[in-house]
Write a protein that binds this ligand. Structure first.
Ligand SMILES: *Cc1c(COP(=O)(O)O)cnc(C)c1O
Length: 461
């Protein structure tokens, strides 16, 4: 098919939308390590996990074998409200860059919550509802996950309690109000409403909070009230599974036009959008069918893959969660207050961590001023005002396209555009005023974080 036949936007018909999620773990030779009970250092059993998570989600969390997991009809119906999301050929950006590269992006910002997080929020809320629970608790950093969960819970009539990292609660009043509009109960974290919150406040008075602290509070809130479970917007195997809808749709759309990406790029906070985007492509690579380059992009201020260690660590600051084997900076590492709140997490999905460890994924870190420069360049030619998190992927996609310009290679680049940046205008303002600076943790900062990693035989850093 000739080049100019590829439209600006490739949509799928409703009938072409995926009916099952793809579980990349089924094709991994080295499975992600199991979550461990921090007390016994034994793998968490389904029963133990069931005290925190919904039963069906526990099954999904532990399932390393089934490649396809059918998407329940009610979730498919919800997906139809805002999916399929467009796969866009970035003709205008290519023109602007004068690159021979062909650039595509999968845009997940076309729903009210403004990001890909709704893909997993509706799934998790659905299983909670199905189990007859009253409600769910969670944390939110920048607010995208909390917003998505609030929307999903409102749709299903579930109670939703959100612990929002305090600096975001104060800096992002609009997100907070979107959540409340959808009926969620929003508490700034750390708070006095939980034991762990009170303890953190005592040890760090005046702290602006972190995702790790908010997770501790949300887990405590779920486990101390009957009829509630905790849900998490990233990192977990189940979340990557739900987010595989991004990659499945991208691949279906590309297959329609015979397009094969050479490089697939995504920003990486906890790893869910990147994991979801690459899953079906990674599956092909793991089965030996085809090769791709995958690039994880993280902020220089929170470089879990590029400067962290692959060990067991807590998922939260309060050390109340199970241990996950992942690339981590230490659960006590509190990254500087960068403007990409959704990427400020000390760890990384165990699935992505394993794949990175085994050499299937590359990782790179970028500074926020260069990210915002890329975001503005993109906004001006492609029209979409991107989220700061998503702009990490834009930055590296542009760099790759510029390399093609030098070498003359006509590579096909696919990147994940995870969301819109309308609630991040404070960050754009800083950038536009030339008041944004870059922050790198020093080697001492990194070592201080890593020194807090639990010590036990086989878990040396
Ligand atoms: C949460 C978020 C991210 C990062 O989370 P992952 O789990 O790594 O995908 C990226 N972009 C946006 C817009 C987000 O809201």
């Amino acid at each position: 098919m000739s080049e100019n036949k590829i439209p600006y936007k490739i949509y799928l018909e409703e009938s072409e939308m995926p009916k099952a999620w793809y579980n990349v773990r089924a094709d991994m030779k080295n499975k992600p390590a199991p979550l461990l009970n921090p007390g016994t250092l034994q793998p968490m059993t389904a029963q133990e996990l069931g005290a925190v998570f919904c039963d069906e989600l526990v099954q999904q969390e532990l399932d390393n074998d089934n490649a396809y997991i059918p998407i329940p009809q009610e979730i498919l119906d919800f997906y139809k409200m805002y999916r399929p999301s467009p796969l866009v050929r970035a003709y205008c950006l290519e023109e602007k860059l004068q690159t021979p590269a062909k650039i595509y992006y999968k845009f997940e910002g076309n729903n009210t919550s403004g990001s890909h997080k709704l893909n997993s929020a509706i799934a998790q809320a659905y299983y909670a509802k199905n189990q007859g629970l009253k409600g769910v608790t969670t944390e939110t950093g920048a607010g995208q996950w909390g917003t998505a969960l609030a929307m999903a819970c409102a749709y299903l009539g579930l109670d939703c309690k959100v612990y929002m990292v305090k600096c975001s609660y104060e800096q992002k009043p609009f997100r907070r109000e979107v959540m409340r509009t959808y009926g969620a109960d929003v508490t700034p974290s750390p708070s006095m409403t939980t034991e762990i919150g009170r303890k953190i406040l005592e040890q760090h008075p005046g702290t602006s909070g972190s995702l790790g602290c908010a997770i501790s509070e949300a887990v405590e809130a779920a486990t101390s009230q009957p009829g509630y479970r905790y849900v998490l917007g990233s990192v977990l195997n189940q979340v990557l599974l739900h987010q595989s809808v991004i990659g499945l749709e991208s691949k279906a759309a590309m297959d329609k036009y015979g397009i094969v990406p050479d490089v697939i790029i995504g920003c990486a906070g906890g790893g869910s959008n990147l994991g979801g985007l690459i899953s079906p492509f990674m599956g092909q690579m793991l089965r030996g069918e085809r090769n791709y380059r995958f690039i994880a992009v993280e902020p220089a201020s929170c470089p879990s893959l590029t400067r962290g260690k692959f060990v067991y660590d807590f998922c939260d600051t309060g050390m109340v969660t199970p241990l996950a084997k992942m690339y981590t900076l230490g659960s006590n590492f509190i990254p500087s207050a960068s403007h990409a709140g959704g990427l400020r997490y000390h760890g990384m999905s165990p699935v992505l961590s394993q794949l990175y460890h085994d050499g299937y994924i590359e990782a790179t870190s970028v500074e926020q001023t260069s990210v915002f420069a890329a975001a503005e360049q993109f906004a001006r030619v492609e029209g979409i005002l991107p989220a700061p998190e998503s702009s990490h992927a834009i930055k590296v996609a542009i760099d790759e396209a510029l390399k093609c310009k030098e070498t003359g290679e006509e590579k096909t680049i696919l990147f994940g555009l995870t969301g819109t940046g309308y609630f991040d205008m404070y960050a754009y303002e800083k950038f536009n005023n030339g008041e944004m600076s870059d922050y790198f943790p020093s080697d001492e900062d990194i070592l201080a974080g890593l020194s807090q990693i639990p010590h036990f035989p086989g878990n040396e850093i």
